[in-house]
Ligand binder design. Sequence first.
Ligand code: PMP
Length: 364
Amino acid sequence: GPAHVRRIAPYQAGRPISEVAREFGLDEANIVKLASNENPLGMPESSRRAIEAALADLGRYPDSNGFELKAAIAAKYDVPMDWITLGNGSNDILELAAHALVAPGESIVYSQYSFAVYPLATQGVGARGIEVPSLNYGHDIPAMGRAIEADTKLVFIANPNNPTGTFVPAAELEAFLAQVPPQVVVVLDEAYNEYLAAELQYDSIAWVRRYPNLLVSRTMSKAYGLAGLRVGFAIAQPQLTDLLNRVRQPFNVNSLAQAAAIAALNDREFLERSAQINAAGYRQLTAGFDALGLEYVPSYGNFVLVKVGADDGAGSRVNLALLKQGIIVRPVNGYGLPQWLRISIGLPEENAAFLTALKQALAA
Ligand code: PMP
């Protein structure tokens, strides 16, 4: 294979329950997985019903253009349908952006301690990554602006950020967008947007109307509870949307996923419940960290990054001690954070089981 592919370090996902059960000789039913920022409520009931209805049509291809789903997104966000790109998860959107907009050798700007798929998408198209040092575990937006070079085609910003949970206030993003050169596309990845408290919400779709070089990416994997079905979408002006759709696989979102996503998009009650459970779980976890004297990064997402020791073996050591107790969390060594673990916020009893196991792991 080509050198740029051989250099890629594969994405490390949260470990599956069945695999951990087998390796540690545990009963699957007793395992708590807080490793992939999934919705602890699971899939909405409305989506389950939509999937059952859609089963009848599985002999047919999915709607390649996702007409009904795009219509639902268009209605919800008040944008025309030709402003929407559907993705097989929002990871697909991120890759489509790199494929559509960046040639080998050109550069892509992203932050240190930001989402792992940004460097992967960069390497996948043989582009050059410009990683901007983080500020307080979050994006240093002014420094990202200064890092843009003549051959930069794309900037990735995750807001809130994964794995650190940090948040860039709207005013800072707006100032950034106003000064980015028009030939540089900004991908504003809002995978965790639905968890933001009302007073922090901002209207990124209004910015899309103003900036032809802005693409807002959303996912149905987190607050909407559909991670296993793989649905994400992008909103951008038609010229940019057209480019992404040229490199999109024709049937990239399957029929069940389209049906479930339409139901979930319109299920406000589920979304509100998800945000409430998350807010309560955040208070529970951070109170536990405070009690244990552990440092954590204040988070705006559905997860918390916590420092579990002062040496570079701490993350791996505590992770193993947790696995032995049936708790799966996410080590972030690959992000350059070997003293930290990322904990997805679960149901109250899952958070409690994790905190009990953590206390034991730290004492071991
Ligand atoms: N962006 C960010 C910032 C994420 O944390 C994630 C999930 N890990 C994604 C995108 C991709 O999620 P999905 O492909 O499930 O939409």
